[in-house]
Design a protein around this ligand. Structure first.
Ligand code: THG
Length: 263
């Protein structure tokens, strides 16, 4: 599964300060820790930092590229920032993200093709996140159609069915899992499915436990990747074990360390 480290995000105070003070050593350390823990890619999000979003994003990309050649998952809602960021990014690129409106899908799928980037598309439209399974499935179908029209490879497309905090959206986890199960059948080859895992436990008490159990459940529904805390060892072990039980890995006595060594 695609493990995207979530920690290079200005929502975390140490990262926000590092961006504002242009402190490369902190960013290098946060990047290296996640990769050592088994991350395949790194989410790059300037968050609510002072200064120009584009300048901060370009500095962050340049700084992270000094220590890794893993995929960078460029996380910004602003199209102009995304364009500049993709130009600066020499590592493999994952666009995070487009919404499922026709206008946005046309712009972002064209950008993905033009820059040879993979693309994350959220099941969010002008009315927001659907409160049910059907809304997610309908938007997923629009996403796949638009990506095909743009000439994208469908395996390069990641649909994000958007998980919300379980304390405010208690039906969210089941809706996300059922949407994945249904959308898997939509095309052959199917698109991939990914979530921002930590959303599910935001402002809950047992964040680690909720993240870990939901990740295993979502993998059993067909999840292919997550933006998550790769440095949470219990979480990584749960993901690896869920994949083993879904027959995506072969059992050996050392399957956890074998998986981590193969990164
Ligand atoms: N989908 C996609 N991209 C995303 C998200 C998504 N990018 C951002 C986000 N959601 C995923 N990243 C995080 C990172 C941290 C947290 C949640 C999601 C988080 N942080 C704790 C909190 O806010 O309570 C702790 C913060 C702190 O320690 O300061 O929960 O869904 N495509």
């Amino acid at each position: 599964m695609l493990v995207i480290g979530e920690r290079i995000n200005g929502m975390f105070r140490n990262v926000r300060r590092a961006i504002e003070n242009k402190d490369k050593a902190i960013i290098h350390q946060v990047a290296e820790r996640q990769i050592e823990a088994g991350a395949d890619a790194l989410d790059i999000n300037v968050g609510p930092t002072r200064g120009k979003a584009t300048d901060n994003m370009l500095w962050l990309i340049e700084t992270v590229q000094e220590v890794t050649d893993k995929t960078l998952c460029i996380d910004t809602p602003k199209f102009d920032v995304m364009q500049e960021a993709l130009r600066a990014c020499e590592n493999p690129r994952l666009i995070n993200s487009t919404k499922a409106t026709e206008e946005e899908l046309e712009k972002y799928t064209a950008l993905a093709v033009e820059t040879n980037s993979r693309l994350i598309a959220l099941t969010i439209d002008a009315r927001g996140v659907p409160a049910d399974v059907d809304g997610r499935v309908a938007m997923g179908a629009t996403i796949v159609t638009k990506a095909m029209e743009a000439g994208m490879g469908i395996p390069d497309l990641y649909i994000d069915p958007v998980i919300l905090p379980v304390n405010v959206a208690p039906k969210g986890p089941e809706h996300v899992m059922e949407a994945i199960r249904q959308l898997k059948l939509l095309s052959d080859p199917p698109p991939k499915f990914l979530i921002g895992l930590s959303n599910v436990s935001q402002s809950c008490r047992e964040t680690h436990l909720i993240n870990r159990i939901f990740l295993a459940m979502a993998i059993s529904a067909g999840l292919d990747g997550a933006i998550m805390d790769a440095t949470d060892r219990d979480l990584m072990e749960a993901a690896i074990t869920a994949e083993l039980l879904m027959e995506k890995q072969i059992y050996c006595d050392d399957y956890v360390s074998a998986y981590l060594r193969s990164r």
